[in-house]
Write a protein that binds this ligand. Sequence first.
Ligand code: NOJ
Length: 532
Amino acid sequence: MSVPNPQAAKRRDWWRAAVGYEVYLRSFADGDGDGVGDLRGLLAHLEHLAWLGIDLVWITPFYPSPMADHGYDITDHCEVDPRYGTLGDLDAVIAAAHELGMRVVIDLVANHTSDQHPWFRASLAELHGSYRGYYLWRDGDADGGPPNNWVSYFGGPAWSRDPSSGQWWAHLFLPQQPDLDWSSPHVAAAFDRIVDFWLRRAVDGFRIDVAQGLSKHASLADNPRRSDPMPDDGPRQAFERFEHRYDIGQPENVAIFERWRALTEPYDAVLIGEVYLEPEAIGPYLRGHGLDLAFSFAFVDLPWDATAVSDALRATLRHLGPGSCWTQASHDEPRPPTRFGAGAVGRARALAITTLLAGMPGPLVLYQGEELGLEDGAVPADAAVDPMGGRDGCRTPIPWSTGPAWGFTTGRPWLPMDSWTASDTVEAQRDDSSSSLHRHRALLSTRRRIDQDAPVTWLGGSSIVAYRRADHLVAACVSDEPEVLEVPSGTWAIVFSTHATRRSTEVAGPSIGLRPAEAVILERRPAGSRSG
Ligand code: NOJ
């Protein structure tokens, strides 16, 4: 159990220099042989994260759930699903993480519940009961269609009709994920209790799922169309064809964050928003007493193009500043090496981008397997399980060691693990100092040398993306050709390179050649000193 921390005011921003790590629990490590990752599996591998240099572990939902959306459809926000363990197992994970010097952040899924949640079942049963107002129940339009033209992130209308009452419920995701009505004081009070429950159990913060979606405009008006639909539109394109004026991105979301901030601040806990909006629309959520941090999604679908990379860094820094959680991967997006062309080239490019993110002010968050340079696993159509489609590949389980199911489980993994080879495993990479794992570890340790208060000054040329922060210079060759990095005057040493083969540490001359997709961190030495 945890109590508010009287020193909190002094340590409010412990996360600024932190490196976070997303544990997609189902796929991290299985402790009981049922083929699904769980809390005991995580407990057994926490040491790997501490060794890597992680400060903050974000655990995806472990709550009781029918698993229509693999746990993002919750029936009890204050319990653990037996498939993942018990509340006691979670306590053990939190205690062990704290012992290893790491904090624990959990998912707060407040936009929707499961349709099996007691609140929704009660709201279905009683047309005029008090739970009806927990959700967005509305009459259809005059033609018997849904109340408005909103679409779900997962495709199709954002409304489903209950045949018994004839009314429709709103859902920005699956019909089995009914959206809560955040204008209800009962919903707000219920979440105050949920937040308080977990703070007392010593969690160090929350990752707020769908933070952009909580409040809806009171009018529930039609969203204006941006462009006409095309026959081969997937869910994402169909969603993008609307200007989301009334369903997401409402200013009222800030009041919800402020409410949670008042609860988290005394515990020194962090609020990290999953805010899928343009950077300029995220800024207001971070000002005042709203969110502490927001993920920087500009990098999850970035092309290998120096201008695009530079623009994304600048826009994120401008609008989110040190409130940015720098990230380029998650359980919802293709893995970076896959996006960047796969193989050695894909891996090198992904690590170059991670290096650029690592030098920025604010926390860096890795997604499990990024440290191994994993690509998306191949998932044949008959094994696909993602309700949205397209997210199974980035969710295939972690290869820990050689042997059956790569040490992930003693049973049958819930997603195929056929894509891995021995050199992908944690075991092999820990033994190989030139591995992706060791490069990531070296990068995280080098990041600690950068002064977190130092401003960012942009440098670089056409295909080099580079910036300086006081005595450190971070640069990447975002090109398929070698490029020359001009080094500012002074004595500089290379303290990190994405290329394990680069040996020289001292920069001899006013420039250095970077290889394609090589990124480096340079450190300024006092005049006349020798590097070592
Ligand atoms: C974002 C989560 O990351 C994703 O996995 C989930 O499907 C949606 N929110 C709905 O909760």
